[in-house]
Design a protein around this ligand. Structure first.
Ligand code: FES
Length: 228
């Protein structure tokens, strides 16, 4: 939440509560995916990077596909104009989300997700941050009891790739702009909506597998760290 919004909630709690209730009720006949797509497009119109990224991630979690997001952007083009749509695509590219990579768009009917081996169970050390290099990026694994939690090693701020040396205790410190991410919860800086992208995992035999989004070509994304 932004500092300004936080201030308004404290200064005018009733008015702000009414506003949030209005937002909730206003779309009550829409399914969650449609609401999520509309929210993304409103952020394209506003051109607020943090809001766009937050609502885009929420839409993907609601099950909206990358193709549907691109369709929505193109549908909004006549009213929002090309520059806003290009701005949104720039944001997408900086976020480096596997679903939006060109090779994934270019293969009709491609299987977007594939399970790949991450580590043997014996390699996972409780109480430590376990780091594995797979598919051109590092994946950081923590253990919550017996449950492994795998974090994609790509910064949600501007897409810089983390390295093992960026870990300090339970904290991942981005070499780009110094944002700090909790490797237990995935939470980013206070008062921001940034959080690490959690990868789906499963156990098969003595292996921990993770869900990789490069299955269409098996390609490793050649893009490296991006400048801010
Ligand atoms: S790219 Fe990580 S903090 Fe900016």
């Amino acid at each position: 939440m932004s500092e300004a919004l936080d201030y308004l909630i404290k200064a005018r709690p009733e008015a702000m509560q009414a506003y949030f209730s209005f937002l909730k009720l206003a779309g009550k006949h829409l399914d969650p995916r449609t609401r999520a797509i509309i929210s993304v497009i409103t952020k394209v119109d506003n051109q607020t990077p943090a809001g766009f990224r937050q609502y885009l991630r929420r839409a993907l979690k609601e099950g909206v596909s990358a193709a549907e997001i691109i369709d929505a952007l193109l549908l909004a083009f006549p009213s929002l104009g090309l520059s806003k749509i290009v701005w949104a695509v720039d944001q997408l590219l900086e976020m480096d989300l596997p679903e939006f990579r060109l090779e994934m768009q270019a293969v009709p009917g491609a299987e977007l997700h594939e399970w790949r081996d991450l580590a043997t169970l014996a390699e996972l050390q409780p109480g430590r941050i376990n780091c594995f290099e797979r598919d051109g990026r590092h994946i950081f694994v923590t253990m919550a009891g017996n449950e492994p939690i795998a974090w994609d090693g790509v910064c949600p701020h501007r897409g810089i790739r983390f390295k093992p040396e960026n870990v300090s205790g339970d904290i991942l410190v981005c070499p780009g702009h110094g944002h700090r991410f909790d490797l237990v919860t995935g939470q980013g800086p206070e008062n921001s909506s940034e959080s690490l992208n959690r990868l789906a995992t499963r156990t098969r035999g003595d292996k921990l597998q993770y869900q990789c989004a490069n299955a269409a070509t098996g390609a490793v994304d050649p893009r490296q760290e991006k400048s801010s």
